[in-house]
Design a protein around this ligand. Sequence first.
Ligand code: NAD
Length: 478
Amino acid sequence: MTKITVAKGDGIGPEIMDATLKIILAAGAQIEIDEIEVGEKVYLAGNTSGIAKESWDSIRNNKVFLKAPITTPQGGGYKSLNVTTRKMLGLYANVRPCTSLYPFVETKHPKLDLVIIRENEEDLYAGIEHQQTDEVVQCLKLVSRPGCEKIIRYAFEYAKSYSRKKVTCFTKDNIMKQTDGLFHEVFDEIGAEYPEIEKEHWIIDIGAAKMADTPEIFDVIVTLNLYGDVLSDVAAQIAGSVGLAGSANIGETYAMFEAIHGSAPRRAGQNVANPSGLLQGAIQMLNHIGQNAIAEKVQNAWLKTLEEGIHTYDIFKEGTSKQKVSTSSFADAVIERLGQTPTTLKAAEYDNHRPLVLPKYKRKEAAHKELQGADLFVHWSGSDPDELAKEFADVKTENLKLAMITNRGIKVWPEGFKETFCTDHWRCRFYSHTGHLPSKQELITLQEKALRKHIDVIKTENLYKFNGKAAYSLGQGQ
Ligand code: NAD
């Protein structure tokens, strides 16, 4: 018997959770359920995290969490509980399998069979956002080496364990050379340890277009958080419906299982939603807790039900489908078929489905780090960059002086184009003009001199070389 934490969530959540639990319990799942309340009610009761302390205790004790979708109230002040849970519990890998159920579920892609492995803790989802000037807000895209190594190794180990042939990495490293560049670099490094697995890298824009057009050429896809979020909805939808896909959120100690879709509030309380996405999450959970035979039994009964044309409204098609059913009738139909296997679709075999055990991240030796200069970000409402440069004429130190100004990343001084549209957010780059490296004290002196001249510095960013390599982007046009 494994104790698990369950949250029924909001919107269609309670209906699809009841259906899911009824099916897996009927199949003989050896689970003891510890139910917690999360989501809308908790938010609206004044808890901006959407979860009470006792509920965290339940998740941390049980280590396995089956969660229905929840509604994050619109507007400021409410943090997404999904994102918080993934990060607080270190659930770094989000595993989202998508498979075509053709010809039983209508799709333009009969051969689609892919798994998206999405980094789950960092990237733009770090949720670090600031307004810096009247006109400009910023969201920090954080990508770490441990984050990249963990998710990429997970993708290769997943491919190895489940006999997948190829791992494809999607990034936009032609533009984001530092962040996406690191992800790609780590992909090449770790990929080299898996010679038996085919590897490829696509730029995300054309890669996503290719995935939407010919998904059958992909097998395992590993990518950063935001791209993975978008791509997995696309993959599930083109396979048949967002209502069909489940996901596992895996960490070193904890795991959370859910549907990929949201709480679909417009469908709530009508007993019409498809419980399949959450059921797929629950099947991943049963495999995770070692109840593989039960997982297999549920999956085969589910496939058989779909094969027989018993469909909820989202996948119901005149001609292909036989019977349009409610959430609860769909659950009953799956339960009736427990013990059966599909006739045409490939039956599930989960003997080898075990949680992957990965080596712990080992911190690398620190690089040799050399300060080169600094970017001072300035709130300034003027329009002529030459004037801003003049303001900085006396803002210099023994080794540092103004070398470049950019606006939204585009070089506007020296020798900018007057056609370039400028906001009130300016990056003023200071480099050494003596050939000697600056000291940290010089950065403070720069700030003090800027303050005395009433220049509104809203942020500084140090410029470093790591092991002799410049670790910052150039200005566009520099
Ligand atoms: P959604 O996924 O809830 O719904 C989008 C549309 O997809 C629905 O209108 C419905 O037509 C269809 N759909 C989704 N699930 C279905 C199912 N099981 N059966 C049949 N049809 C289904 O997306 P949304 O409307 O953008 O978001 C609604 C709420 O859900 C928001 O508050 C959002 O924050 C939240 N959300 C939660 C999660 C989560 O808990 N993991 C994920 C995404 C969105």
